[in-house]
Each structure stands twice: as structure tokens, then as C-alpha cells.
Design a protein around this ligand. Structure first.
Ligand code: FAD
Length: 465
């Protein structure tokens, strides 16, 4: 049942883009006394999260500045912020212009989010305040319509409502390795851990497992740091993120139902449109963006499963594209021979003390070959199956049956208003989420253009409409 009185305390677990933006909206909107606890376990990620806490100048946004505003109703908000700091942006070797079409440093975007939070805090009504906490929420208990949170430091908090803005978890460990290899000093299971770069730089070769955007981050980071060693990349299909190219979304009309009906139909319509009109495929993918969530829901479970089985990797590398400058640098690293692509599966890893022996099986072959490298970095993409996460909080919530994975195990089961659904199928009146955990329900929910709308809507919901 929905609580009737406005909340006096709201706890937000996770201070990435999602959690920070909900906090900022709450602080700006609340008219009656309210304390917002914003809790982040990693100090460097406060108001930045995984994506925007990088300190590397050449880790660029993969969405143009003109579409990175934190506020859906003010599309140029980020662009104006960046243009007011043009000299600082241009100081970065990877930035050539500060226009709507520019790809700016993620580090700068972190500063932008942090500033939004500061301003919301300063402008809050009397009695409305922010409690910034560096701590990890270890468990929570729902009792008498409120929530008791236990933090790793031993502190306890009570909140009327809680937002789990848990975002992106480190990738699951790749197959072919056992627990002993996972503990090896030559294996870096968390690609976002701060110490990885210092440990890679003295090596003469490394293997990046996975060929998505995290691999790209690592290739660019190593290149920028002057790494001279060989960078091997392995992925099952050998597909890489494509480059952006300027162009407006195409006038790609959907059927009147606004549905594709089946994955096969959808693919057929897209291909036919590209073939018949000669439109660049990027413009067609971009035209789908505003309706992707509707299309996804219209597919139903079995077609969604079919999509994941056959098209997911193709979708990811066409939809999540690279800034053209980054794509050009990767191309040069491949042409120079420093970067070497392998297509296939990893059969085994062995830490031989001075090096790692990796046995690979090329795609479509029974052959095996061995690669010797000094280090292995797991770039296989954020783990989304909550049953496999090693987060104490997530484990606790699963044991208490307060959350359940969505049927595709892409995230959590979530109601339309952002309420978490428990193991019995009941939407919670006090536990909410937004962003990446909603992937099963919405598919397109992990990037700023989607999360900003969710954050504004959730703040209204939390304050009671
Ligand atoms: C490397 C990378 C680059 C990206 N680049 C872009 C881009 O250019 N443009 C774009 O639109 N999108 C991009 N994205 C997508 C990105 O998912 C979103 O933009 C957004 O940052 C997600 O924010 P979030 O707050 O939901 O998640 P996160 O950033 O993952 O934040 C969640 C936070 O919760 C904290 N946390 C988790 N559990 C607990 C706990 N128990 N207690 C306390 N704290 C906890 C974590 O430490 C983390 O900081 C990128 C994603 C990644 C991973």
C-alpha cells in the first residue's frame, strides 16, 4: 500500500548518475522537511559513479554533448555548462571543439553532475537537507512501513523510502578459468579498479577479454600512457563497437501498431529500409532510440529471448558507438600491429608464474592455440544477473525475497513506477530503483538520455506525486 504522508527521510544507495540525479531532484522539489541520505561506497565515485569517475582525459562520452543534458526539458544544459568552460575542455588532447556534436571527457561530465548536486543542495527549501555518506549499505530491513539500513561501518539509518541506484556491477569472470586463476595477481577481474593501470604499464603484453566499450577504454588508456607492449583482444564473434558519423535520425516509420511483432520482422524492416533508401544504418538505429522501450515491451518474452540469443551482440556494437576520434585511434593501433584481434572462445587460462598461458579456440574450429601474455583484463561487460553478484546487499535482499531478477536476468523485476517487485510478485511501497536494473523491463535504460527522465519521474513518485 502506498504511504499517505510525505516522507521525511529518503535513502539513496549508490551515488552514480542515477542516484545523484534523484537526490538533486528531491532537494529541488521537496517543500516539507526532508533528509536525503546519499550513500556511496567508493569515495572517488561520489556524484560520478563508475562511468564518470575516470581521471583519464581521453575517456570520452560516447554520446554527443548536445544529448547529454541531465534535464530532459533543457536539452542544452550540459552543452552550455561545457561551453562556459571551453578553454578547460580544449586543454584535453582528445577534444577539438565544444559543440553539440562534440564528444567530451567523461571526467568533465562527472564535474557537471557534482555541480548539479551542489547547486540543488544550496537551493533546497528550509528543512530540506543532504547527508553525503561514504559507506556501503550491507543490508536493509523493511519494518512498519519504513526501512532500517545497516552500513558496513556499523552505522544504522532509518528511511521512509529507499532508492537502490546500484548501477553497473563489475563483469562476471570469464569461463575457462578456475578460482585459483581469479586470485592470480596477473588477472584483473574488475576493469574499473583503480590499481589496474599501474600494474599493466610494466608488462610487455596483455589480453583484454571482451571487445566492447570497456575494452576500448583500456586500449585508449594504454595508448595514451605510452604502453609499447602487445594488446591482444579476444571476443567470441569478433564484433567491435562501430564509429559514430554525423547525421540526423532517419524518417524510419514503424507499423501503425508501433510494434515489430517479431524479431525477424523487425530485422527485415530495418534492412529493407536501409537497402531501399540508401540511408546510413546509424540514422536508422538512432530513429529507433525514442521507441526502443515500446518495441521491446511489444516483443514479449519469447521474442525478447530470441533477440538476446541472436542479435544482442550486433545490437550492442551498432547502438553503443564510439566517438570518431577514438575509433580512428583504435584503427591506427590495429594497423600498427600493436593491437591483435582474436575471434573465438577461451578454453583455459594457466598462471605459470612469470606469464599467463591462454588457450584459445578460434570461432567455428576445433583447433586450439596458445597465447602467452603478462596480464589479463576482464572487459566482458557489466554482470547483470543479480543471482551471481557478490554484493552483500543484493544477496541479503534476495534471501529476504524483497527483490527478484526479471525473467531474462538482465536486472530486477520493477513496476512501472520504479517500485521493486518482491519474490511473491508484489510491488514495494518503500523500495525503488532506476537505470541499469530496469534493463529487463525497458532494454534501453542504461544511458543518460533515458536515466534523466526516470530520475525526475522517480523524485515526483517518492515525494508522493
Ligand atoms: C565505462 C562506462 C562508460 C559509459 N559512458 C556513457 C556515456 O558516455 N554516455 C551515456 O549516456 N552513458 C554512458 N554509460 C552508461 C552509464 O551506465 C550511465 O550513463 C550511468 O552512469 C549509470 O549510472 P548509475 O548511477 O545507474 O550507475 P553507476 O555509475 O554504476 O553507479 C552506481 C553506484 O552505486 C554504488 N554502490 C553499489 N552498491 C552499493 C552499496 N551497497 N552501498 C553503497 N554504494 C553502492 C557503486 O559504487 C556505484 O558508484 C557508461 C557506462 C560505463 C560503465
Amino acid at each position: 500500500m502506498k504511504p499517505t504522508s510525505p516522507p521525511q527521510t529518503i535513502a539513496i544507495v549508490g551515488a552514480g548518475f542515477s542516484g545523484t540525479l534523484v537526490a538533486a531532484h528531491l532537494l529541488s522539489r521537496a517543500k516539507t522537511p526532508l533528509t536525503v541520505h546519499l550513500i556511496e561506497r567508493e569515495r572517488s565515485r561520489f556524484a560520478r559513479g563508475v562511468a564518470y569517475s575516470t581521471t583519464e582525459d581521453c575517456h570520452l562520452l560516447n554520446v554527443p554533448a548536445g544529448n547529454m543534458s541531465a534535464f530532459p526539458e533543457d536539452r542544452e544544459h550540459f552543452l552550455r555548462w561545457a561551453q562556459a568552460r571551453e578553454a578547460e575542455m580544449l586543454d584535453c588532447a582528445c577534444v577539438g571543439e565544444v559543440t553539440a556534436a562534440a564528444y567530451l571527457p567523461r571526467r568533465a561530465y562527472g564535474d557537471y553532475i557534482a555541480q548539479i548536486l551542489d547547486e540543488a543542495e544550496r537551493g533546497a527549501a528550509p528543512g530540506v537537507g543532504l547527508d553525503r555518506r561514504i559507506d556501503e549499505v550491507a543490508s536493509l530491513k523493511v519494518e512498519d512501513g519504513a526501512v532500517a539500513l545497516r552500513l558496513v561501518s556499523g552505522a544504522q539509518l532509518r528511511a521512509d523510502r529507499v532508492v537502490l541506484a546500484l548501477g553497473n556491477f563489475r563483469p562476471g569472470d570469464p569461463s575457462g578459468a578456475d578460482g585459483a586463476f581469479h586470485r592470480s595477481a596477473r588477472y584483473h577481474g574488475d576493469p574499473w579498479a583503480p590499481e589496474v593501470l599501474a600494474r599493466l604499464l610494466p608488462t610487455e603484453s596483455c589480453l583484454l577479454v571482451g571487445s566492447g566499450l570497456t575494452m576500448v577504454d583500456w586500449a585508449i588508456t594504454l595508448n595514451q600512457a605510452g604502453y609499447r607492449g602487445a594488446i591482444h583482444v579476444v571476443s567470441r564473434r569478433g564484433l567491435w563497437p562501430q564509429s559514430h558519423k554525423p547525421g540526423a535520425p532517419a524518417a524510419f516509420g514503424l507499423e501503425p501498431s508501433g510494434k515489430f511483432g517479431s524479431v525477424r520482422n523487425g530485422l527485415h524492416s530495418i534492412r529493407a529500409f536501409i537497402r531501399d533508401t540508401g540511408t546510413d544504418w546509424r540514422s536508422v538505429i538512432d530513429a529507433l532510440r525514442p521507441v526502443t522501450q515500446t518495441l521491446w515491451k511489444g516483443l514479449g518474452l519469447s521474442e525478447q529471448r530470441r533477440f538476446l540469443r541472436h542479435l544482442r551482440t550486433f545490437w550492442d556494437c551498432h547502438r553503443h558507438r564510439l566517438a570518431p576520434g577514438i575509433a580512428a585511434r583504435l584503427g591506427a593501433m590495429l594497423d600498427s600491429g600493436q593491437m591483435i584481434r582474436h575471434v573465438g572462445r577461451i578454453h583455459a587460462f594457466r598462471d605459470l608464474g612469470r606469464r599467463v598461458e591462454v588457450t584459445l579456440r578460434p570461432r567455428g574450429s576445433d583447433r586450439r592455440y596458445v597465447l602467452n601474455v603478462d596480464a589479463v583484463v576482464n572487459c566482458s561487460g557489466s554482470e547483470s544477473d543479480y543471482r551471481r553478484l557478490d554484493s552483500p546487499l543484493v544477496k541479503d535482499l534476495l534471501v529476504q525475497r524483497l527483490i527478484r531478477p526479471d525473467p531474462l536476468a538482465l536486472g530486477l523485476d520493477v513496476a512501472d513506477n520504479g517500485a521493486l517487485i518482491d519474490a511473491e510478485g508484489r510491488p514495494s511501497a518503500v523500495l525503488f530503483t532506476l537505470g541499469p536494473p530496469q534493463k529487463g523491463r525497458l532494454w534501453e535504460t542504461t544511458a543518460v538520455p533515458e536515466i534523466r527522465g526516470q530520475a525526475a519521474g522517480l523524485a515526483v513518485e517518492l515525494l508522493g506525486g
